[in-house]
Design a protein around this ligand. Structure first.
Ligand code: FES
Length: 199
C-alpha cells in the first residue's frame, strides 16, 4: 500500500504505556510502538537489525528496548548500545533500528512513514482515547462512513488491503461509552453487507 506522506493514527495513547512495546501494522508495514519508562514514545520498524526478530516481542528496560532473541539493546534513537555476548564491545553506529516520527495528539498516537511536516489532523484540547476497532473494509470506505458528533474525534488507520482500524477519542468529560457503541455500529454497518453478499 502506498500511503504517501503525512500523519497516520495508529493506536490510542493509553494503549502504549511506559515500559511496554506493542505491534502495529500500517499499510502492510510492521511497526513496533513502545514507550520508555520515562514516557518517551517510539515507533520503529518491527525488526531487529541483527537477525530480524520482531522487536515488539522484546523488553523495555529504562530508556532502551532489548531484543528477545540475543538481547541486543537499542537506545531511544534506534542505535544499538549493547550486545550481551560481547559486553566490552562498543557497537558501531551502523547497527541502528529504523525509526519513524511519532507524536501524540487528541488522545491518539500518530506516526509518519514519510514526510512528517506539520501536525496531525487532530483537534486541539484535552482528549482521551476511547476505543480502537478493526474493520474488514479498506480505509477509504471506513473514512467515508464516519459522521461528525460533538465531543467525538475519529481517525482511520490503513492496515492491509481491505482492512482498517478505527480509532476514536472523546473530549474530556465526553461520553466514552457512546463513542464505543458508535464505533461498533460503524463496524457492523460496513461489515454486515459483506457477510450477506458472501452467503
Ligand atoms: S535477532 Fe535481535 S538480538 Fe539477535
Amino acid at each position: 500500500m502506498d500511503l504517501g506522506p503525512g500523519w497516520i493514527a495508529v493506536a490510542l495513547g493509553r494503549d502504549v504505556e511506559p515500559g511496554v512495546a506493542v505491534p502495529a501494522i500500517v499499510g502492510g508495514r510492521e511497526i513496533v510502538l513502545w514507550r520508555t519508562e520515562s514516557g518517551v514514545l517510539q515507533a520503529w520498524v518491527d525488526r531487529c537489525p541483527h537477525r530480524g526478530m520482531r522487536l515488539s516481542l522484546g523488553f523495555v528496560r529504562g530508556e532502551s528496548l532489548s531484543c528477545l532473541y540475543h538481547g541486543w539493546r537499542y537506545g531511544a534513537d534506534g542505535g544499538c548500545i549493547g550486545i550481551p555476548a560481547h559486553p566490552d564491545l562498543v557497537p558501531p553506529r551502523t547497527i541502528t533500528a529504523t525509526t519513524y516520527p511519532v507524536i501524540e495528539a487528541a488522545g491518539l498516537i500518530w506516526l509518519a512513514l514519510g514526510d512528517a511536516a506539520g501536525t496531525p489532523p487532530a483537534p486541539d484540547g484535552a482528549w482521551t482515547g476511547a476505543i480502537s476497532v478493526t474493520i474488514d473494509r479498506d480505509a477509504a470506505s471506513v473514512a467515508a462512513a464516519l459522521d461528525d458528533a460533538a465531543g467525538r474525534f475519529a481517525a482511520v488507520q490503513p492496515v492491509l488491503p481491505g482492512r482498517a482500524r478505527l480509532h476514536v477519542a472523546v473530549a474530556d468529560g465526553g461520553d466514552a461509552i457512546a463513542a464505543c457503541l458508535w464505533a461498533e455500529d460503524v463496524r457492523r454497518r460496513l461489515e454486515i453487507p459483506l457477510l450477506a453478499a458472501a452467503e
